[in-house]
Design a protein around this ligand. Sequence first.
Ligand code: HEM
Length: 211
Amino acid sequence: MSTAASTIAPATQQVKERTADLHLKAEHAPFMAAMVRGLLPRQAYITMLGQALHLHRALERAVERAARSPGPLTRVARPEHRRTPHIERDLAFFGAEVPAPSAAARRADALIAEGEARGAIDVLGMQYVLEGSNNGNRFIARPVAKAYGLTPPDGLGFLLPHGEEQPRVWAAFKADLDACGMVQPEIDALVRGARQMYDAVMGLHDSLPTT
Ligand code: HEM
């Protein structure tokens, strides 16, 4: 770790603190609130899976491209972070086709492309948000399973990609991220990417039906 990095708050602490406002907003958005209360219609859940697949595909492709060059992504990104195989299985379970991307999914794609154009650390900030969201998804999976009569992992792979391993995967993600020893301008890029991903996800959720 460089001298500059050792005098600043760790990257994971900063990104969490500097996106807390958006987490609060994302948590309380009508779509998430309906899902948590088990009130989201089954078809709306399936619609969300289809559009989330487009967003996750875009991010995974950006991660893959960025991880070709040495840098923080090479250190942090692991195949187990890929959510698209889980979403594809969920859609197959429900017998649903992959839908055409909605306007919100296309906007998310554009935001991810913007982040990628700025650099690999912005992409990592975006990945932080998608991987971190599994913390809440663990709890959201319970009302969802109950509402649609699902038995994990059927139809719940998107919410439970790591099963019981979720705390371990998240702890490793954070440890690897902090071990990169980022300097402050790099952490600022990480936060910028994370904030942009919250924007993309919330835009997607706001575009979805809740009834
Ligand atoms: C009702 C919805 C949600 C609930 C109940 C929820 C709950 C949680 C919980 C309990 C944690 C763990 C906090 C900790 O241990 O420090 C967490 C972390 C996290 N969640 Fe959520 N969450 C929700 C929605 C979301 C959404 C929609 C996103 C992304 C768009 C998201 C992204 C994250 C991230 C990145 C973290 C990692 C820690 C941080 O940076 O705050 N969450 N969430």
